[in-house]
Design a protein around this ligand. Structure first.
Ligand code: PHE
Length: 338
């Protein structure tokens, strides 16, 4: 009789060892303890036993039954603990995460660009877009920069396999604008530009410019000076002095470099303005008659001014940013300040 109990125990132990799910445990329970289970079968033998033997057998069976029940209960707890552990691993919640969703903010370059667009449109300028992947003709030739011109060296850029290039300046939009519109023409074109440049604190291979073009009858340098003085003062929120220095760009004549009074030292001279009191800011000038002709505009009737300046430079001055590489660095500590 005892052997029967022992073999039952052995089978139970063996089956129990491979159980690790609730359903399998329940099946095991039913197959041993259920109405038609192994214990019931065992008890059937009892009625033919002698009084003393039956009593002893009964006790053994009861003991075994209690052991099985305890083992099943323990296994159930084990399975539940494992399930909870698995859930906490896969469904954990970071209670330190801020309740409010993180709010993004506009990039400083987007802020300055939007401000420029607002200011120029308030002066009656249209906004025009141009392709970043540009034709050599628009980026250079039509702007009086033929293939062998030394001005191409300072505007070395990325040439593409399809024969096009990444525009080195926004000036090609001048050409596109003059070909697309009839005078009077008055637009700005902010956007991305590229140069094959060694990157340092003030040079990037990808940057932004804002081009401007005005063509009409009787346009002079005074219009240029007035417009840029207004815009630069508005950007900085107070009257800013500007000056023009003669400079050379093949597509303007005369050409100028525009400086504004250093915002840091107010003109006394400091390290930012290299002790000159002035910040070199943008290239500008009167549109070259040949460029007008290239676009089918008669230079005897029309004249115009053009300018093109870096948006990074302006943002750096406005916000006191000392390294151009911050703009594309993606550091949230920098970006969150705007
Ligand atoms: N495109 C010139 C540059 O990138 C700037 C410029 C624009 C000069 C328009 C004159 C007129 O340096």
């Amino acid at each position: 009789m005892n052997e029967k109990i022992e073999s039952l125990k052995a089978r139970f132990k063996e089956k129990m060892a491979s159980v690790n799910q609730k359903e399998a445990l329940e099946q095991l329970r039913v197959s041993f303890m259920g109405k038609k289970g192994e214990f019931t079968a065992l008890l059937k033998d009892m009625k033919d036993m002698q009084e003393g033997v039956r009593k002893q057998f009964g006790q053994l069976v009861n003991c075994a039954k209690m052991d099985f029940e305890r083992a099943i209960l323990e296994k159930a707890r084990e399975i539940e603990a494992a399930e909870i552990a698995k859930k906490t691993e896969s469904e954990w919640v970071d209670i330190t995460w801020p309740e409010e969703p993180l709010q993004g903010s506009a990039h400083p370059l987007s802020i300055v660009r939007a401000e420029l667009e607002d200011l120029f449109t308030s002066l009656g300028f249209d906004i025009m877009d141009g392709p970043e992947m540009e034709e050599e003709y628009f980026n250079f030739n039509a702007l009086n920069i033929p293939e062998d011109h030394p001005a191409r060296d300072s505007q070395d850029t990325f040439w593409l396999k399809n024969g096009k290039l990444l525009r080195s300046q926004t000036s090609p939009v001048q050409i596109r604008g003059m070909l697309a519109k009839k005078p009077p023409i008055k637009f700005v074109s902010p956007g991305k530009t590229y140069r094959n440049e060694a990157v340092d604190a003030s040079h990037e291979h990808s940057f932004h410019q804002c081009e401007g073009l005005v063509i009409d009858k009787g346009i002079t340098v005074s219009h240029l000076v007035f417009t840029l003085q207004q815009i630069i003062s508005s950007i900085f929120g107070e009257e800013v002095e500007i000056r023009l220095r003669p400079s050379f760009f093949p597509f303007v004549e005369p050409g100028f470099e525009l400086d504004f009074k250093c915002r840091i030292c107010k003109g006394k001279g400091c390290s930012v303005c290299k002790q000159t009191g002035w910040i070199e800011y943008l290239g500008c000038g009167m549109v070259h008659p040949q460029v007008l002709k290239n676009c089918g505009i008669d230079p005897e009737i029309y004249s115009g001014f053009a300018f093109g300046g870096g948006i990074e430079r302006l943002a750096m001055m406005k916000y006191g940013i000392d390294d151009i590489r911050h703009f594309h660095g993606g550091d949230l500590r920098f970006l969150k300040q705007f």
